[in-house]
Design a protein around this ligand. Structure first.
Ligand code: SF4
Length: 672
């Protein structure tokens, strides 16, 4: 008899849905929206609705394994968990003895955003080893540094308040791909008569859905924002009394904005001056007005500064203090886990390695060199800049690599030891939402497939085997949620482990419903003021640094798709890599829709099928974020073309600084 279980989706997505999972004879047969969630609204994305395909995929890792062939060949043989745990610790001890513990690098990201899956007993284990720390910069590092410096991560406008806005700007985000539960609220706002503008090099909304699309050149969000600010200065629109009372750093921002008259901004951004002016006027005139700032604007060398200029806008025009007015960035500032207290003592003072520069790191840029790499919750071969350097590094015979994952990823192919991980449908976890104001509990709805184990259990086993005496390594697995929940702050309340244990969500409690910025929530900076020129912006806070390349005239962007959650689900849900070009760029290169093309620069080349669409602006090539190597015709994907330069703000990855050229190879018919 099928049974239906409640759980919460902890994948790297802002929405944190409640799910109703049907299980029949021990197998998941259906995944649908659950009840009781304020924003799940009775539907989930198609990605997770198909998550059972990951559970039972032929590439699912079911047993610990060790490499038996040459590195990268993907030849493994089954071993026991005891062997795998012992061998990992034996190798780590040997590395520590010869090179020091900093030669070991844990490498992880948001394959699951659950707090038991990452940043829990894994951190304790690596801290006790004295391993290098990881600078988590692949996404959201500049935006986090800016939001923290300017507003102390003040909670933002909640999705359900968007229909109250008269003006909505979606800046560098595609909710249709990566935050689908915002979309119904945008539609409702449109029905209510809101003016909606989208700023993105790619058109993702129809002309019926939005009023204005500004197809900004990749990396030029900063001059666009500064030109709008200058318009407001020239028109006397600044809210001087709000700025005097609530902000500091205004003159610095205005000095840089002065450099961007409309004509210059139009030239650099590729957006018509009249459109920039129109948006500036609409935003200034209409209230409530809300800006949804996505993670697109940060993915370039000017990205942190651009995000700061965008987040300054509601302060400049006094758009706060009303429901539906202000901004939304990451909303997870409303919740906090005091992991230090949960685990007793998490002191960890080793060097920090920027994860976006893994290729250089594995090829000798640090001393001591990295000799042991432990990859979990991520797939760096598919997601980290300079893919060829990452692969070269992983092929090093003197590098001992552990990959702990749910399926045989591109990175897992290079492992010396492979460990099978449970998915969120097979273990307990707690997910703190960064979009909706909830924390939710993932609960196991089926038994683990094969010998797969939860992350926390495995790091506990590694800690015990190392003879570390910390009590958390000996906690029973079924107590993890209780221990973590006790140190979780959800708004002003502690986490409720009983809510999480039944696969439900706990809501943040703001006075009178969702937060109203400058009414029920205030900046959490030290002095309570908005800092319009925070130190995180560096020596030239709003100075623009263009990317110029005569040899490679096209800018490469790699946005989210409705098929992948970053690279998760790439084993089955994105078969063929497709690059999108504008018709003008295609014609100039004799490329037709469906042709096979070579996209290249000095770092590498990608061979894939082209699609010719006016959805991307001229001068831009768009490829999906997170595609796996098997989807491409030469085993290279977009990251093979991305430099590993990092942002001055937060050390973030600069994917959109990739510049490329495209040439036609063969028509599809001729490729056999
Ligand atoms: S990925 Fe996002 S939209 Fe999809 S089920 Fe999970 S939380 Fe919901």
């Amino acid at each position: 008899m099928p049974t239906v279980h409640s759980t919460v989706c902890p994948l790297d997505c802002p929405d944190t849905c409640v799910l109703a999972v049907t299980v029949d004879e021990g197998r998941v047969t259906k995944i649908a929206a659950g009840d009781g969630h304020p924003t799940t609204q009775g539907f989930i994305c198609s990605k997770v609705a198909r998550f059972d395909r990951r559970l039972y995929h032929p590439d699912r890792l079911l047993h610990p394994m060790r490499r038996v062939g040459p590195k990268g060949n993907g030849d493994f043989e089954r071993v026991s968990w005891d062997y795998a745990i012992g061998e990992i610790n034996r190798r780590f001890r040997a590395i520590t003895e010869e090179w020091g513990a900093e030669a070991i690098l844990p490498y992880h990201y948001g394959g699951s955003n659950g707090i038991l899956t990452e940043g829990f007993l894994d951190d304790l284990y690596f801290a006790r080893l004295g391993a290098s720390r990881l600078g988590k910069t692949i996404c959201a590092a500049p935006t986090t540094a800016v939001a923290l410096g300017m507003y102390g991560k003040m909670p933002g406008v909640a999705y359900p308040d968007y229909p109250k806005a008269q003006c909505i700007i979606i800046w560098g985000a595609n909710p249709k791909a990566s935050s689908v539960h915002l979309v119904p609220y945008l539609r409702e706002a449109k029905r209510n008569g809101a003016f909606i503008a989208v700023i993105d090099p790619r058109r993702n909304f129809s002309r019926r859905e939005v009023d204005l699309h500004l197809p900004v050149r990749p990396g030029a969000d900063l001059p666009l924002a500064l030109a709008m600010i200058r318009c407001w200065v020239d028109a006397g629109r600044l809210d001087r009394s709000f700025l005097d009372e609530q902000t500091k750093g205004l003159e610095t921002l205005l000095t840089y904005a002065e450099e961007w008259p409309l004509d210059r901004a139009a030239d650099v951004t590729g957006v018509a001056a009249s459109d920039i002016e129109c948006l500036a006027q609409q935003y200034a005139s209409l209230s409530p007005a809300v800006i949804r700032c996505g993670w697109g604007p940060e993915r370039n060398r000017n990205g942190g500064k651009a995000v700061a200029a965008i987040l300054a806008m509601p302060a400049l025009l006094g758009k706060f203090g009303v429901r539906g007015g202000g901004y939304t960035m990451s909303n997870n500032g409303a919740m906090r886990i005091r992991m230090n207290e949960a685990l007793g003592d998490l002191r960890w003072e080793s060097r920090t390695i920027n994860m976006s520069q893994l290729g250089a790191v594995l090829n000798g840029s640090v001393d001591p060199p990295v000799k042991g790499l432990f990859v979990y919750n991520c797939n760096p071969v598919a997601t980290v800049p300079d893919q060829n350097a990452v692969i070269r590094g992983l092929l090093r015979e003197d590098l001992f690599t552990v990959v702990f994952d749910q399926v045989l990823t591109d990175s897992a192919e290079y492992a010396d030891i492979l460990l099978p991980a449970t998915t969120f449908l097979e273990h307990d976890d707690i997910s703190i939402s960064y979009g909706t104001y909830v924390a939710g509990g993932a609960t196991p709805v089926i038994s683990p497939c094969g010998e797969a184990r939860p992350n926390a259990d495995v790091f506990a086993a590694l800690g015990r085997d190392m003879k570390f005496d910390d009590e958390p390594f000996r906690w029973p697995s079924d107590s993890y949620v209780r221990h973590a929940a006790a140190h979780l702050e959800i708004g002003s309340r502690p986490g409720d482990h009983e809510v999480f244990a039944r696969g439900d969500v706990q809501r943040c409690d703001f006075k009178g419903g969702d937060p109203v910025q400058f009414e029920t929530v205030m900046p959490l900076t030290a002095d309570g003021k908005i800092d319009l020129a925070p130190a995180a912006l560096g020596a030239t806070p709003y100075g623009f640094d263009p990317v110029e390349s005569a040899r490679y005239p096209l800018a490469l962007i790699t946005p989210s798709t409705p098929r992948l959650v970053s690279s998760t689900l790439g084993e089955f849900n994105y078969d063929e890599l497709v690059a999108t070009l504008h018709p003008e760029d295609a014609a100039a290169r004799n490329v037709s829709d469906g042709d096979v093309v070579r996209i290249f620069n000095d770092l590498g080349e990608v061979i894939c099928r082209a699609e010719v669409r006016s959805a991307v602006r001229p001068g831009v090539v768009s490829m999906p974020k997170g595609a796996w190597r098997k989807s491409s015709r030469n085993g290279s994907t977009s990251t093979a073309l991305c430099p590993d330069d990092v942002n001055v703000v937060g050390g973030g990855a600069c994917f959109n600084d990739a510049r490329v050229e495209v040439e036609q190879r063969l028509s599809v018919e001729n490729t056999g």
